[in-house]
Write a protein that binds this ligand. Structure first.
Ligand code: NAP
Ligand code: MG
Length: 502
């Protein structure tokens, strides 16, 4: 690469979009307010971004509403083609996006390169293909009538996303909504708005019509709340905490908008006596320590058979203590910082809570000692032996923090697994075929993993039960979430009496 080209590359590589994306343009907030976005590796400032207020949400919703008639009537294949072009553009910009996501969230660059960015492209591509394959149906009703079902987009969709996978969740939320013919107003988390603004830039480049997508970073209690209340928004979809999920439901009541909620989890991970221990160790480390444990589907509760709990714990502690914690931009780093100082403090507070209830800290429980990490939001991989009823086994910690419980019988393991208010993901390790299917049936959760953990795919429904929310992302299920059925009746036979036969 010659010097001139390298400078151009560097400029593009480090470009950060900081304004609101409304009606196909990047614009400042009407109030002129901004918000500092930080790098959790050292809490240095990455950018000041425009902060959307109610007036900006109004502008974004109006732009989406104006774009809806043409977008929803566009040939589905043409909408699909734009999503496919976006997937290509994401791949062409993969390294820039991976770096930006690592800087903003603290995810290790090897994760953003090999998981976040490829999965984002894959999700846009899957729903690009879906756009012209999601069909209505014909219902076999009584003679003389034709009854068919149209699947119509709902209109303007509000989307509120959290900070744990901001890039990936942009695709999970937007791709199916757009494929189905809706227009979108998205509010990213105030902590991590940068990658969704970068996606907006690529959308404008590949030719999405103005107003089809609007991205308005703002405070949850202001911009998010107002979007959930907005009378011109027909559906609100939310990923985040159970507490705010309840606020969203209340805010949606004014115009009775459709609601979809993907909330927290407290994933059980059961290890039976016949499990392949080498596989369990690797799978369970990924289940909890990937993304510093900041995943709603993290396997945060290990439930281990008494016969192997000592051997397992000894090896798991050894494996966890070998995880390389450090600068997210170092390709050797396996675990980065948590995404914000507030969240790091919240996770550390759970270590005191664990101790107060008699929990035993087997590993971690503090920031790493290394001086180069002292200004960042780091917490060591933490393993705690605790009772299933302890707060650390009931509440979502959302960090590199895993508890270990012990069981004797399958019934006991199941009771512990089902013993929280959550029901998102759960997994177990066994070679017993009957037990595997029995448990898959009896575990109360939206997703079950057998001899693996935390698998996701754009084709496979994702969502929970109980305090984990309702509705499903992904696959054909999410296309139903983003459409409503219209049942059309036609009298096709002149002989059919229009009234009671006389
Ligand atoms: P959160 O408070 O639920 O925030 C999620 C999103 O909702 C953010 O965009 C937030 O905006 C917005 N929001 C906040 N208050 C709102 C309101 N009244 N109306 C509408 N939107 C609102 O979650 P968090 O603070 O980021 O994390 C707290 C806990 O939530 C975590 O520790 C974890 O337990 C859970 N969580 C779960 C997931 C998941 O994937 N299921 C993801 C993240 C967090 P701001 O960014 O401005 O606050
Ligand atoms: Mg940040």
């Amino acid at each position: 690469m010659n010097t001139a080209r390298s400078a151009e590359f560097d400029d593009r590589a480090s470009r950060i979009q900081t304004q609101l994306f409304i009606g196909g343009r990047f614009v400042p907030a009407q109030s002129g307010e901004t918000l500092a976005v930080l790098n959790p590796h050292d809490n240095s400032k990455l950018a000041d971004i425009a902060l959307a207020g109610k007036a900006d949400i109004d502008r974004a919703v109006s732009a989406a509403k104006a774009a809806f008639p043409a977008w929803s009537r566009m040939a589905a294949a043409d909408r699909g083609r734009l999503l496919l072009k976006l997937a290509d553009a994401i791949e062409a910009n993969a390294e820039r996006l991976a770096r930006l996501e690592s800087l903003d969230t603290g995810h290790p660059i090897r994760d953003t390169r090999f998981l976040d960015v490829p999965r984002t492209a894959a999700t846009f591509r899957y729903f690009g293909g879906m756009a012209d394959k999601f069909e209505g149906s014909v219902i076999p009703v009584e003679q003389g009538f034709l009854n068919y079902l149209l699947r119509e987009p709902v209109g303007v969709v509000g989307q509120v996303v959290p900070w744990n996978f901001p890039l990936m969740f942009t695709s999970w939320k937007m791709a199916p909504a757009l494929a189905a013919g809706n227009c979108v107003v998205m509010k990213p988390a105030e902590l991590t708005p940068l990658s969704s603004l970068a996606i907006a830039e690529l959308m404008a480049e590949v030719g999405f019509p103005d107003g089809v997508v609007n991205i308005v970073p703002g405070l949850g209690g202001v911009a998010g709340q107002y979007l959930a209340e907005h009378p011109d928004v027909s559906k609100i979809t939310f990923t985040g905490s159970t507490k705010i999920g309840r606020e969203i439901v209340r805010a949606s009541a004014g115009n009775l908008k459709k609601v979809q909620l993907e909330l927290g989890g407290k994933g059980a991970n059961i290890v039976f006596e016949d499990a392949n221990l080498d596989a369990v160790l690797q799978g369970s480390a990924f289940a909890i320590f990937h993304n510093q444990g900041q995943a709603c589907i993290a396997g945060s509760r290990l439930i281990v058979h008494r016969s192997l709990v000592d051997a397992f714990t000894e090896r798991f502690v050894r494996l966890a203590s070998s995880i390389r914690v450090g600068d997210p931009l170092d390709p050797n780093t396996e675990m980065g910082p948590l995404t914000s100082p507030q969240h790091r403090d919240r996770v550390l507070a759970y270590i005191d809570i664990a101790r107060e209830e008699g929990g035993e800290i087997l590993l971690g429980g503090k920031p790493p000692a290394h001086a180069s990490l002292a200004n960042g939001c780091y917490v060591e991989p933490t393993i705690v032996r605790a009772k299933p009823t302890d707060r650390v086994c009931q509440e979502e910690v959302f960090g590199p923090f895993v508890t270990i419980n012990t069981f004797d019988t399958e019934a006991e393991a199941l009771a512990i697994a089902n013993g929280t208010e959550y029901g998102l993901g759960a997994g177990f390790w066994t070679r017993d075929l009957q037990r595997a299917h029995r448990l898959a049936r009896d575990i109360r959760s939206g997703m079950v993993w057998i001899n693996t953990y935390k698998r996701v795919n754009p084709g496979s429904p994702f969502g929970g039960v109980g305090a984990s929310g309702y509705g499903r992302e992904m696959g054909f299920d999410v296309m139903r979430e983003y459409t409503q059925a219209k049942s059309v009746w036609v009298n096709v036979d002149a002989q059919t009496p229009p009234w009671y036969p006389r």
